[in-house]
Structures are given as C-alpha cells and as structure tokens.
Ligand binder design. Structure first.
Ligand code: ADP
Length: 354
C-alpha cells in the first residue's frame, strides 16, 4: 500500500546526496534553549523499504531526533533529507512523504474509527472519491472492522494505538515514523502492533521505529542504531551487533543462594585467570558471568565452585541479546534503572565489577 513517490530533481549542489535513501540525516545536532545538548551529531542513512530501529534509554535523544526528522524541530546544526526532500528548504514535501505516530495518541475519542479515519483523510487532503476505499483497507489492516462504528473512548490502549497508526497512513506515505508505539502496552497488544508494522513494511513502507524495548527491535528491525547521550554508539543488523559486541552469558543457580555463598562463588569465578576480565553480576538465586571465553572455560567453573564449597543446582549458557550488546558498549558507571528494557535494568542492578 505504500505509494512510492517519484524522486525530485537533485540540484548540482546536492549531488553528494543519495536520492534513493528514505532518510539521509547528517550530523544532526540539537541544543535546546536551556543549553541541553539533546542530540550530538547524529547521522543516519536509511534505505527505502528498510525497517530501522532507533534505540536508547530514556533521555538518550530519540524523540528529539525524530522531531528533527519530521520537521517539528529544526536542528541547531546538520541536515535532514526525507524521501529526497530537504527538511529545511522543502518541509511541505517532507510532510507529505511521511506518517508520524507520536507517543501521545492523536485520535478523537468521541469519534468512531471510521470517523477518525475520515477526519484524517480530510486533514491530509486525500481526494474524496478515494477515501472510502482507503478507510476500509486500513480498518482491515489494523483489525478494527468489527468496531469501525463504535465510539473509540472505551477502546483498550492497544486498539487506540492501532487506530492511531492507521490514521497516519491515510495519505499512503512512503516513510513512517513511530515514536515508542508500544510503550505501556500489554504483551498481547504489543504483538498485534508488531504484526501490523511488519505488514506495512512488507507492503513497501520504510519504517523508522524508536523503542526502549530491545527485544522489540531484535524481532522487527533490519538494522538499528543504539543511541546514548545524544550520540549513535553502534549501527548494524541485530545479528551483526550481537556477534560483534555481545558476549555469551553463563548463568549459575546456587543450591543455597545466601549472600555469603553468592559472594564466595563470585570470588572463586574471578580467580579463574583464563576468563580475562569477566563481568559478573549477582541474581536472585546466584550470579551470571559475561565473557568472550565462556564456552572454553565453562568446565573450570564447576571445579572452582566445588573447591570453594559452593554447590550449584542449575546452570545455563545463553547467546548474547541486544541488552548484552548495549551493556558491552556503554560505560558501567552510567548504569541505573533507566537503562534500556526490563532486561537491561535488571542486568545492571546487581553488577559487581569488571
Ligand atoms: P528520549 O526520547 O530518548 O527519551 P528526548 O529526546 O526526549 O529523549 O530527550 C533528550 C534530552 O533532552 C533529555 O535530557 C531531555 O530532558 C531533554 N529535553 C527534551 N525536550 C526538551 C526541551 N523542550 N527543552 C529542554 N530539554 C529537553
């Protein structure tokens, strides 16, 4: 359903620009009036048709960046081109090329889904003779046909989000920006939205998604950038990032997870020279070790713990997740509960040392 628009002419001065990019942001820097440097030199090159994730903890600068990309805010420095159009000189064409789903839903609760979509069609200038067909297609796409004529005020959070997502698509934009669309939703509602985002992407729409949920990005995105303190600290596919930066994790459950036993176990593990600077964190019932050398050294864990008089009741070796990548890339001194995702918060909470 994405309607790929023809590309505008590139001027000679713009030849360094790549017209086939859906999003071409260069050195975007935003300093708010109070001096807060929210975004510090972010560059993004996103191909048409990509599902791109933009991840970071609260306050990292995700919303400020997205606002710069959708022309709600002009960067202090740097440039933005969306679908070939310059956001500074051609903001109208940028706005016509995009759908923007903000964190706060923008639907009118007094109206039904069908009425909300009719209103959106009018606002976006969809020709009257095309409106009915588009509205029916979108109601189908987001599974709201059954309640199309019911007032939206009693809808669940997930239903409201689906309606909001449909309403930003009425003009068939080739690029869609979704700012933390699943925050606060229950797992089932989140899964339904994921299906919907995948569907619009399969139909050719470029999707730019910001999220705090690393597993969401892992599931959906072709590529992603990790943002911290207004700067991109890594970009790549989830698989590449995990294989480049992630470390295997060995999780050990103790028979007696008393504080003294856990501490004794941690000390025993840290004495294994071959581990080379493992990162050890305590858990509710034992501890977890992250290291590049886990699989080679794992057998030594058991004898080291046995020698220390610490009994193991269970263990597990798992591959790195994006949470582990983020942890590996960020300074442990900045660890707090605002770190990305639930896994991230719990991972950092009990960090012992490196
Ligand atoms: P995120 O979306 O990743 O949570 P934001 O872009 O909302 O991050 O915020 C980045 C930083 O900019 C934060 O330190 C935030 O407090 C600050 N900030 C956001 N909006 C404003 C504003 N209007 N004025 C001043 N500072 C702001």
């Amino acid at each position: 359903m994405a309607n790929r628009q023809s590309q505008p002419q590139q001027s000679t001065a713009d030849q360094s620009r790549e017209p086939d990019l859906a999003i071409d942001a260069r050195d975007v820097t935003v300093t708010y009036r109070d001096g807060t440097k929210a975004v510090r030199g972010v560059s993004l090159r996103i191909e048409k048709g990509e599902f791109f994730g933009f991840l970071g903890p609260n306050g990292a600068g995700k919303t400020t960046t997205i606002k710069s990309l959708v022309t709600l805010l002009y960067p202090t420095q740097g440039s933005v081109r969306i679908n070939g159009y310059d956001a500074a000189t051609d903001p109208q064409m940028v706005r016509r090329s995009i759908g923007y789903m903000a964190q706060e839903t923008s639907i009118d609760r007094e109206l039904t889904p069908r009425e909300n979509l009719q209103l959106a069609c009018k606002l976006y200038g969809v020709p009257a003779e095309q409106r009915d067909e588009r509205i029916e297609t979108l109601l189908d796409l987001v599974d709201l046909q059954d309640v199309a004529d019911t007032r939206s005020e009693k809808f669940s959070g997930g239903m409201k989000k689906r309606l909001d997502a449909a309403s930003v698509l009425v003009h068939r934009p080739p690029v869609v920006f979704l700012d933390e669309p699943t925050t606060g939703l229950d797992p089932e509602a989140r899964l339904r939205l994921w299906e919907y985002f995948e569907r619009i992407n399969e139909q050719g729409t470029t999707v730019f998604l910001t999220t705090q949920y690393l597993e969401e990005a892992d599931e959906l995105c072709d590529r992603l950038s990790l943002l911290q303190n207004g700067q991109v600290i890594a970009t790549g596919s989830p698989e590449t990032l995990k294989s480049e930066f992630g470390m295997d994790v060995f999780e050990i459950t103790l028979e007696n997870p008393a504080e003294e036993q856990i501490e004794r176990g941690v000390q025993a593990i840290r004495r294994i020279d071959a581990l080379e600077d493992p990162i050890v964190r305590t858990t509710d019932d034992g501890f977890a070790i992250r290291s590049d050398r886990i699989r080679e050294v794992a057998s030594e864990f058991f004898s080291a713990l046995d020698d220390a008089g610490v009994s193991v009741s269970d263990f597990d070796v798992r591959s790195p997740t994006l949470d582990d990548v983020f942890l590996a890339l960020t300074d442990d001194s900045s660890a707090d509960d605002d770190r990305i995702g639930t896994g991230m918060a719990s991972m950092s909470a009990g960090e012992v040392s490196t």
